[in-house]
Design a protein around this ligand. Sequence first.
Ligand SMILES: [Zn+2]
Ligand SMILES: [Zn+2]
Length: 285
Amino acid sequence: MTLLEEWSDLLSRRPTFLGPLAVYQALLESWARWSGERLQPLLWTADECENRWRREIPLLSEAEPRIPATDLEDPLGASLEFLTELGGHEDAVRRFIREWDAGEVTPAMLLPTRGRIGAPRLEESVGLSPEVVAFLACGALRPMLHAYLADCRRYLTDRSWILGVCPFCGAPPGFADVTETGQRLLACHLCGAGWAFPRLQCPFCGHQTPKDLVRLDAEEKEEGYFISACRKCHAYIKELDRRVRWNAGSALIEDWGSPHLDLIAVRAGYWRPVPSLIQLTRGNT
Ligand SMILES: [Zn+2]
Ligand SMILES: [Zn+2]
């Protein structure tokens, strides 16, 4: 199933969310239209990948792709349109477009780097919030990064990588799956990869003390869905136990389709580095 098909499947399961989630449709359509014909994928060997992973370096940080700005304009335009429709981001969108058109903001500035998403300049001089930068990075880069890094995915093993950021692009995780074997797989929304990570460890700060790792429950509990939050860094991640929900969509779709869980986490005072509709709707730009 394509992401678009999974999305309409999810909306049919959650008809009450049709209105609020409608903004995602055009973005997913722009991703489906994206053509990677001009992109040269990263064709590293297993050794070349493992060499970086052993040194705890995501592949992208030593293999930055050349991204012509025109290749990103469709998904980037759809992402900016998303923010405009959502409301509260008009000034940020205007400033971003002005700088982009002047060539002051380039595609490379949206890439994840150590400990953050996007170049500091986007916050400092364009005046975007970290949430908006992370959203634009995901919205604009996902089809490109997915295609660029796809060939290297087969080399990742359970033992290749120990960090809480994506071994391929370096972004923090956007969702987690508990697989049929009970393993926790973190999901990257920026490039679509997944990687194994201990269940009793915070992916965002590495904290492992059980009493600080809490589970937040929804009022109306849906079996299989839960929120893991960390009392040390106050970040959270939504998780889905695939042993209970074998027919659920992929991580990105399930994440976007469960804003009610983000609301619970936000109200409890927790945050996430890759924003959901809820963080973006709060609208501070
Ligand atoms: Zn990634
Ligand atoms: Zn933490």
